[in-house]
Design a protein around this ligand. Structure first.
Ligand SMILES: [Zn+2]
Length: 358
């Protein structure tokens, strides 16, 4: 039988530079110098140059790190990433990405093409993409997930994360709870013989949930919570590298989110879609952690946040219909023939769902 992924005899990478804490942006020059980098290519999200401020550039200068290329990323089509990557000046020895999804994916893929070390400096904690082995690029006009490498380094300045709006943190929380349904879908796919399973990657993904949800309160504005969210998203990304697939972090709930991206008149942030869909899919799976998902969504304020601007019921129904065909040969609970009807009845009867979908 042909399995979806081959991940035996695969080399696993880990980040060699990992810094999470307050004031880390100003210290990047030192971190790069410690790793003997001297000439960097810098890719910034829009508005990032003002956000990171003078301290960042002063920090580079203090350790004689030269920015030999600097660009503000606006689009992420594959051709422009490749074009920029191969036009970088000679002598660049590390690529740095600072910002949210786009700038990081641009920089990550440019570094991957050039086989250069890449350091991710995420400025929001809205999903686990900053340390995952793939990027989201536009290929022939369509958003596609494209394989790449994981970063050589990740630097997260909690002072920057602290100032981001709630929506990013809720998105990060939604992307984290999704491990609960993704791992169950993965196990089921393995039982059905359509997927390999990796115990260590699964353990890591479960542990990444524990880091976030067992240790402390659910106050999303506390620095302790934000530090744990950053840790969890990072470990979740690494679990994908170890598994050699996105299975530990992406199952039925991600298929619904991908479907919403193409159906929705106004898609919500990735993790907000994924978080709502996780609760629905946990119901469909009779997931033993359903109560945990509900408690996280309620106690962090995710539920109230979504209830202010709920999902459109018709769009959710459409997404449920098309979600199983988003990926071919990919078993999830949505592949079960009665899932659609059961989902409709949960949408009619479940108290939490009725607040999130109207
Ligand atoms: Zn995700």
């Amino acid at each position: 039988m042909r399995l979806n992924q081959t991940y035996t005899n695969k080399q696993i990478d880990i980040p060699y530079l990992l810094k999470i804490g307050e004031g880390k942006l100003a210290k990047i020059g030192k971190y790069l110098s410690d790793k003997e980098f001297g000439n960097i290519a810098l890719f910034l999200g829009e508005g990032m140059e003002e956000l990171i401020g003078d301290a960042f550039f002063a920090g580079l200068k203090a350790f004689s790190i030269k920015t030999v290329f600097k660009e503000t990323v606006t689009g992420i089509d594959l051709e422009s990433v490749a074009h920029t990557a191969f036009s970088l000046p000679a002598g660049v020895d590390a690529v740095i990405g600072i910002g949210g999804g786009k700038a990081l994916d641009f920089a990550k893929y440019a570094a991957y093409l050039l086989k250069l070390p890449y350091v991710a400096v995420p400025t929001v904690m809205s999903n686990d993409g900053f340390c995952s082995p793939s990027v989201s690029l536009t290929v022939s006009g369509k958003r596609k997930s494209v394989k790449s490498g994981i970063p050589f380094g990740v630097v997260i300045d909690l002072n920057v994360i602290k100032n981001t709006p709630d929506v990013f943190l809720y998105s990060g929380i939604g992307d984290m709870v999704s491990k609960i349904t993704a791992l169950r879908d993965w196990k089921e796919a393995f039982r059905k013989g359509t997927e390999r399973f990796n115990d260590f990657a699964s353990l890591m993904a479960y542990n990444s949930l524990d880091i976030l949800f067992l240790k402390h309160s659910f106050d999303i504005r506390s620095s302790e919570f934000q530090r744990s969210l950053a840790n969890s998203l990072l470990i979740s990304g690494l679990a994908m590298e170890i598994a050699g697939s996105s299975r530990p972090a992406s199952g039925s709930e991600h298929l619904i989110s991908h479907a919403l991206d193409s159906i929705s008149a106004k898609p919500k942030p990735h993790g907000v879609q994924v978080g709502m869909a996780t609760y629905l899919c946990a119901l469909l799976q009779n997931n033993e952690n359903l109560a945990d998902v509900a408690s996280v969504l309620k106690n962090t304020g995710f539920l109230a946040f979504v209830a202010q601007d709920p999902f459109d019921r018709r769009e959710i129904e459409q997404a449920l219909k098309s979600a199983p065909s988003v990926k071919t040969d990919y078993y999830t609970v949505l592949s079960e023939t009665d899932s659609f009807d059961r989902a409709l009845s949960f949408l009619n009867t479940d108290n939490l769902l009725k607040q999130m979908v109207k």
